[in-house]
Structures are given as C-alpha cells and as structure tokens.
Write a protein that binds this ligand. Structure first.
Ligand SMILES: [Fe+2]
Length: 258
C-alpha cells in the first residue's frame, strides 16, 4: 500500500499567476505527471490543503481540470486558503462524511491502513481550528477501529516548528484535545500535514508528524517572527508513504528532474 501526498497547491484562475509570479498550475501539472509515471503507481493520493489560493469557484474548476489526468483515487482536505462550500461543490475524490457536515472530513479504508482526513479551516482566518464538533467526530472514528494502522491528515500542524511567522498561524484551537486523542490511539501511525511549505518532522501524542513541501513554492527557513520574503524556488516535492513490514516508511521525491 502506497499513499502519496502533495500539499499547498495554491491554484488560481486559469491564466493567472500566484502572488509575485509563481506558476502554480504548471507546478501541479508536473506533480500529476510525476505521480502518474511512478512504478508502482501509488494506491491513493491525499492532498493536505491550500488546494486553491482564494477559495473561489473558478479556481476550483481550474483545480479539477488540472487533477483530471490523475490515474489514482484521491482525497482532499481544506487548508486556510480554501472555501468549504466551493470545495464540497466540486464533488471530487473521496466523499466527505455527511455526519461531519458542514465540515469536510472523511475516514476511509486503504487496504491494511485507514486514513482519516480532518478539516482545520477557520473561514476568514489563516490559523487553524478543530472545534468540538470536528474533534467529537474524530474521537468517534478513532473509537470505532482501535486496531487498523491509521494515518490522520490535517492541514495545520499540531505543533510549533520554530518558524515563528508560521507558528503564529498554526492550529490554535483544539490542539490540546487533538493531541490527547492521538495519545489514546496507539494505532495512529502517522499525522500528515502541510501549511508550512517546508519538510518538517516531529512527534505529537506518541505519533510521528510529517509535513510535505508545497508543489509550487517554499517558505525560506527563517526562525524569526516575520514571514521571510521573497519566497524561494526551492525544489517542490511529493511524499510517498509506504506500508512496509509493519512500518509507515516515507520517501521524499523531487518533482522536477535534476
Ligand atoms: Fe499554503
């Protein structure tokens, strides 16, 4: 079982460029081609938020067209740049659990694994939230299967990385209970996040948390309080999480050829 991950696509309307000139559409097209060309092909692709940049319907239509060539099933969770209604309206990939509505959350079996996607979007804000409804739903999903190795995906990392400018926009509400729930669920084998546009690893609640770089543009490494500019053309990556001899083993692949 191979679960691929890409994140922070920041797709804009067709023909537009992102921020100071980044071509997020071409970057995603390259990522899709790389994923389709992998042998063996990943069994599932999880996209951990900031799917589009402005939350508008036209950018989502563009996103859908760019993802159409993918030859594997996908699951999408929202980040702080997303719009819940427009995302849901796409009807793309793994269906969201109606019992979690209005939030875009899902739980799905993936062969020997289980994947739970959480929605940390706080509309109108850059930081993340897991409110009581979202955490109650998460608690119920963990309780209904305490044996299957489980991956949890959420956009906002549930820890501070030391990059102060991004930590200020982190998972502010619900973090303590999230960590407590993970601590009580030893079958959580990994937490997958995005948001910081950098590859980062730590442990939370006894589980490894890993962040994937953006498909488009990375935030420079800087521990200061101000978001460093300009953003950098560091190599975009995707990650492959392999269930291998009872371990979730993660490989970072560069999307471009070097
Ligand atoms: Fe982002």
């Amino acid at each position: 079982m191979i679960v691929a991950q890409i994140t922070d696509l920041h797709i804009v309307n067709e023909g537009d460029l992102l921020w100071d000139g980044w071509d997020s559409a071409s970057a995603l097209t390259k990522a899709v081609a790389r994923l389709n060309g992998l042998k063996p092909r990943p069994d599932f692709l999880v996209v951990t938020g900031d799917l589009i940049d402005t939350g508008e319907a036209e950018a989502y239509r563009h996103l859908k067209a760019l993802l159409a060539p993918l030859t594997m099933p996908i699951g999408l969770i929202p980040g702080n740049h997303d719009g819940r209604d427009n995302l849901r309206g796409l009807g793309l990939g793994q269906a969201y659990d109606p019992s979690a509505a209005p939030f875009c959350q899902f739980a799905t079996a993936l062969g020997p694994l289980r994947l739970i996607g959480l929605d940390t979007l706080e509309e109108g804000a850059a930081h993340g939230t897991l409110c009581q409804q979202r955490l109650d739903w998460f608690e119920q999903r963990l309780a209904e299967d305490t044996a299957t190795p489980t991956i949890v995906a959420l956009h906002h990392p549930p820890f501070d990385s030391g990059i102060a400018s991004m930590d200020g926009l982190g998972l502010k509400e619900g973090r303590a209970r999230f960590v407590e729930l993970v601590e009580r669920a030893p079958n959580v084998v990994r937490i997958l996040c995005g948001h910081q546009h950098r590859p980062i690893v730590t442990m939370v609640g006894g589980a490894v948390v890993s962040l994937c770089s953006s498909t488009t543009v990375q935030i420079p490494f800087d521990l200061g309080p101000k978001l460093p500019t300009p953003l950098r053309p560091e190599p975009p990556t995707l990650q492959l999480h392999l269930w291998q001899s009872g371990h979730l083993v993660s490989h970072t692949l560069y999307i471009d050829e070097f």
